[in-house]
Design a protein. Structure first.
Length: 278
């Protein structure tokens, strides 16, 4: 099993597509941070303009923490697409290239092959999300420095420096749960497909529909939204509420775990019963 995992890991990280998300993140985030730095005065006016009539701000409220917060809050809704890069191809690619036929000549259980692929998908997704969060913080810190973080939640919430990092960590952990669920969904579609495009389109379509349900204020949608993993894509923002809504985070974990388990289970049954020679 360990050797299979190692082999699947090597196959994944020898493919150029694996690094697409890391390259995009590496290029996009510094550009956004420099843009924030360049337009700091204008950004302060737009975000906090009305407060300047009631409060006196000493120094700039634009700092690395605010930059990272804004970057993650904006880009997190696009991370589901990047989460499909590896799972969309990890099974379907084997079928399209016919490499699964090699397994027929070796004493390897399909179950072990499948779970080795699942572990690689989970590892890739977690690494990508960790890099996204950490890189946003590091680049923002070195360009804009540190300071207190001002966010809006039921008014103005001022977070001291020692009350910020753990919130980013909390946001990362639960955002990662959501992206792993997205990756699991894509893996499920990949187990049925012979190309990598169909799983991506199918996954993003479901994410789009689920996100629409979350944003449209209709009673029936509001009833089912808590049970959809797409309703927690922006859970990062809740990590900066006071108090932190623990119940929502618990629900997020349970919902994501349930959907991930279901997707992986269905993909497993299809993978282990599918005709390799078809």
């Amino acid at each position: 099993m360990i050797n299979l995992f190692y082999n699947e890991l090597l196959k994944a990280f020898y493919k150029r597509r694996t690094y697409i998300s890391f390259i995009l993140i590496s290029l996009l985030i510094p550009a956004i941070v420099y843009a924030i730095d360049y337009g700091a005065v204008s950004l302060e006016t737009k975000i906090y303009g009305q407060m300047q009539d009631s409060f006196i701000f000493i120094g700039s409220i634009i700092n690395g923490y605010l930059s990272a917060y804004l970057i993650i809050a904006i880009l997190i809704t696009h991370m589901p697409f990047l989460s499909t890069i590896i799972p969309s191809e990890i099974i379907s690619g084997e079928y399209s290239k016919g490499t699964f036929r090699i397994y027929l000549t070796r004493a390897i259980l399909r179950r072990d092959v499948f779970f080795a692929k699942v572990f690689v998908v989970f590892l890739y997704t977690s690494m990508m999300m960790f890099y996204f969060f950490l890189y946003s913080l590091i680049i923002s810190y070195f360009i804009l420095g540190d300071g207190e973080l001002i966010v809006f939640h039921k008014g103005i919430l001022l977070l001291s420096e020692d009350d910020i990092i753990w919130r980013f960590m909390l946001g990362f952990i639960f955002s990662n749960f959501v992206m792993i669920t997205v990756a699991s969904l894509c893996l499920f579609f990949s187990s049925f497909s012979k190309n990598s495009v169909t799983p991506i389109i199918s996954t993003i379509s479901i994410v789009f529909v689920g996100s629409a349900i979350s944003f449209i204020p209709i009673d029936i949608f509001e009833l089912i939204d808590p049970y959809l993993f797409t309703g927690y894509i922006d859970i990062f923002l809740l990590a900066f509420h006071y108090p932190v809504p623990n119940e929502i985070f618990i629900n997020c974990f349970l919902v994501c775990f349930s959907w991930s388990f279901l997707f992986i289970l269905m993909a497993y049954f299809n993978f282990t019963n599918r005709d390799i020679l078809e």
